[in-house]
Write a protein that binds this ligand. Structure first.
Ligand code: MRU
Length: 337
């Protein structure tokens, strides 16, 4: 496989490595991922995370073991295990199914490696297209609000929602970004601020519960978020807290846009109710890292994602263009956009 490098994933010609996102922003530690078991663990612990990156990382992992001489049967079985590592982001299944189809068609290991490289390079291009379409929506001087992390750490390109924000910044639109901290694992506070700092984009961190005040005071002109799975009717799953933001944006008349590549659209899900939502352990809600602040034995509810109904979506920014709520409701996704 050719050498490939992104902000959080690299293949140097010999070894596949990920930037351990659980340690950011305190330490930038690259970890070799030598086999599918290690990749599954890294995915489940969110060392590698973000819907598009999950798919690309899993695909490169399978390509590596193909190059290492794994049999067809082993590759099929590892693809199935990797596919189950996390349930909500459909990009993981999408990427692995692309590789499985190569095997099913009788493709060689070289074909499989080539397909994995294509998946990586395609994600870079998809990000560019989303950035172009999304930035066209943003007017000069707008303050934007975003949730979770949707940038170069979540993709192998410039990102989805954060890619749009970056493009608007490069276009000198004088934007300011409010960043939701994104409880419980703080992807906004730890990762999005880290990326915005590097990109020199002006930003302010808020706790998730402060977004409504900013909207009421007219200090947010637009909300941009990512997506982990989009149903055919336009309902979509994203990091927990997105639904609440959408309700607040709707109440205050603030435009609300999910931004995602076509690999996030699931033709098998008719509506949001069909999207499987990952539930994670109580410890993530009871505290953070080694610090537990809730009393021992406290019960906790920890869905990692929530579903936002299409009725709260102003428009969806896809790599292929912007789709309005009316078009989503009319079934434009089902028509293949
Ligand atoms: O649990 P995570 O950190 O993998 O969740 C990530 C998100 O919810 C992102 O918003 C989503 O994957 C889109 S990122 C381009």
């Amino acid at each position: 496989m050719r050498a490939l490098q992104s902000l959080a994933l690299r293949f140097d010609g010999k070894r596949l490595a990920i930037l351990d996102q659980t340690l950011l922003p305190g330490a930038e530690v690259w970890v070799d991922v030598t086999d599918p078991r290690a990749m599954i663990e890294a995915i489940q612990k969110l060392k590698v995370r973000g819907a598009p990156l999950l798919g690309v990382a899993a695909a490169l992992c399978l390509a590596c073991i193909a190059e290492g001489g794994a049999s067809h049967a082993q590759l099929e079985s590892d693809a199935l295990w990797l596919r189950r590592a996390r349930p909500t982001a459909v990009n993981l299944m999408w990427a692995l199914d692309r590789l499985r189809h190569v095997l099913e068609r009788g493709g060689s290991k070289d074909d499989l490696v080539l397909e994995a490289e294509h998946i990586f390079l395609e994600d870079v291009l998809l990000c560019e297209h989303m950035a172009e379409h999304g930035a066209a929506l943003i007017k000069g001087g707008e303050s934007l609000l975003t949730h979770c992390n949707t940038g170069g750490l979540a993709t192998v390109g410039v990102g989805t929602a954060l890619g749009v924000i970056h493009r608007a910044h490069l276009q000198n639109k004088r934007i300011h970004v409010f960043v939701d901290e994104t409880r419980p694992l703080l992807q906004g506070a730890r990762l999005t601020t880290w990326e915005l700092e590097k990109l020199e984009i002006p930003h302010t961190l808020i706790t998730d519960s402060m977004a409504a005040i900013l909207m009421r005071e007219g200090r947010v002109q637009r909300v941009l978020v990512g997506a982990d799975r989009i149903a055919m009717n336009g309902d979509f799953a994203n990091k927990v807290g997105t639904y609440g933001l959408a309700v607040q944006a709707n109440f205050h008349g603030v435009p609300f846009h999910p931004v995602a590549p076509y690999s996030t659209v699931d033709t098998h899900c008719e509506c949001g109710g069909d999207i499987p939502i990952e539930e994670r352990g109580a410890s993530e809600v009871l505290g953070f890292r080694e610090l537990q602040w809730a009393p021992e034995g406290t019960g906790a509810f920890n869905p990692s994602f929530d579903v936002t109904p299409v009725a709260l979506v102003t428009s969806l920014v896809l790599d292929r263009g912007v789709i309005s709520q009316a078009e989503l409701k009319a079934g434009k996704l089902a028509l293949g956009v």
